[in-house]
Ligand binder design. Structure first.
Ligand SMILES: [Zn+2]
Length: 171
């Protein structure tokens, strides 16, 4: 088996699921995600488990950029494309809430997030994979890996996921 995940590994879904098609139920998706997280948390500890989800998200973000984003003219064009992709895949409703291009600091939000919207509020952010996804997507465009931190989440009681993005300035 080859080392790195590639888009083609997702398979030919039209051929593989001619009756059921490409959509599934959110609970089925969450069942996989949440049980996997539970096992990783208990076997490796929460911090290591989080790191794994961030790393997987980064890989996903880079693959999404490579396979779904296409030509990008500038940062705001990328944000529009991400919005469309998140809508098409029903990942969530994506918005740029604040953009400070001088300081290279951005606040991005996802409402109705696939990974957490509607879960019980326990005060802990839940969307480590999304942090990675955003970082991976942006890194493919920026050629540097930004820092992405979820500062609000459905699970912290915010009713929305909010991600702070900081991009290291080279000059
Ligand atoms: Zn969240």
């Amino acid at each position: 088996m080859k080392e790195r995940f590639e888009w083609g590994d997702l398979g030919n879904i039209e051929q593989g699921r001619p009756t059921l098609g490409s959509w599934t139920n959110v609970s089925a998706y969450r069942l996989l995600y949440f049980t996997l997280r539970q096992v990783l948390n208990s076997q490796l500890g929460k911090e290591k488990s989080r790191e794994i989800f961030v790393a997987a998200g980064k890989l996903a973000g880079q693959e999404v950029f490579l396979n779904l984003v296409g030509e990008v003219t500038d940062f705001s064009d990328l944000m529009i494309k991400v919005d469309t992709i998140f809508n098409d895949l029903k990942v969530g409703i994506f918005k740029v809430e604040e953009a400070d291009e001088k300081k290279m600091r951005f606040l991005l939000t996802i409402s109705e997030d696939l990974d957490c919207s509607g879960v019980s509020v326990d005060g802990e952010t839940k969307c480590a994979w999304d942090e990675g996804l955003i970082a991976g997507l942006l890194s493919s465009f920026l050629k540097v890996m930004p820092t992405v931190k979820e500062i609000d989440c459905w699970a912290t009681g915010a009713g929305i996921c909010r991600f702070e993005v900081k991009i290291e300035q080279t000059s």
